[in-house]
Design a protein around this ligand. Structure first.
Ligand SMILES: [Zn+2]
Ligand SMILES: [Zn+2]
Length: 266
């Protein structure tokens, strides 16, 4: 099992001790787990933001991972970071990636300047789905085409997760032009599309119509992420994700080592 999107208490929104994930992972055998602690400069640099979240401690985090790697040599433990995209944050992120030895960076769009995180109703206030979704996708397009050495595009379609609309599914056919820009860029750059299973009721946060289009365009690189904030969610939906990939002609999943893709057969 490869789960590359885990949050521990090194992230502002999780209370789980990182070691707990490893204890559970060891019971499952043959696993690789990757932490992707939050580094949300997008919200921290937004002057409209009222409750900017705390950033992962870039000194304590690597120290914690080193200790865990020493203690549990039988589990592959990866050190990733989840970067919340904004244009203003880009120079900071480039510096952080350059100066640290993260195995990978997950690039995620969570928020729009002046609107906050799509998790909150304010993001959608006074807007129809076309407006709210297209702004989000425009930001994803901007993020994936930016001069940033990211490895994984996190939870594409996140905007729909907390949307207030009756039918909130965000499908490929609604914004084919924007999706094609995003998906082609991911493929051209050899990056990974994340299969994120943190969406209750749906298989993945990213609608299957979008994933299938990615494959149709030649996309082969996928990472798996439960986006767990507590151990109960570790590996949630992994078997289904693997099944889906195989059904669609993909027979490996991506791990990383110092930003290099490791293809793991499934
Ligand atoms: Zn996220
Ligand atoms: Zn996350």
């Amino acid at each position: 099992m490869y789960d590359l999107h885990l949050h521990s208490d090194l992230s502002y929104d999780s209370k789980e001790n990182a070691e707990n994930y490893i204890k559970i992972a060891r019971k499952k055998g043959n696993v690789c787990i990757g932490f992707a602690e939050h580094y949300d400069l997008d919200r921290c640099l937004d002057p409209h933001e009222k409750e900017a979240p705390a950033l992962a401690d870039l000194k304590k985090y690597p120290e914690t991972i080193s200790l865990l790697r020493e203690k549990y040599a039988d589990v592959k433990i990866l050190k990733g970071l989840e970067l919340g995209w904004s244009r203003a944050a880009l120079p900071y992120y480039r510096k952080i990636i350059d100066e640290n030895d993260f195995d990978y960076a997950i690039l995620s769009v969570h928020a729009a300047d002046g609107r906050g995180d799509c998790y909150f109703p304010a993001y959608f206030e006074g807007r129809d789905r076309k407006e709210a979704y297209s702004e989000y996708l425009g930001l994803v397009a901007e993020s994936v085409t930016s001069e940033l050495d990211y490895q994984i595009v996190g939870h594409l379609g996140y905007v729909a997760r907390y949307a207030p609309y009756g039918n909130k599914r965000l499908v490929y056919d609604e914004f084919p032009y924007l999706f094609d820009i995003i998906l082609k860029e991911i493929i051209e750059r050899g990056k990974c599309l994340e299969l994120n299973t943190s969406c209750a009721g749906e298989k993945f946060v990213t609608d299957v119509s979008i994933i299938k289009r990615y494959i149709e365009l030649g996309g082969r690189y996928f990472s798996f992420g439960s986006d767990a904030h507590s151990v109960e969610k570790l590996g949630y939906g992994y078997d289904e994700a693997v099944c889906f990939l195989k059904e669609n002609g993909i027979n490996f999943i991506c791990g990383f080592e110092k930003k290099k893709i490791i293809e793991e057969k499934i």
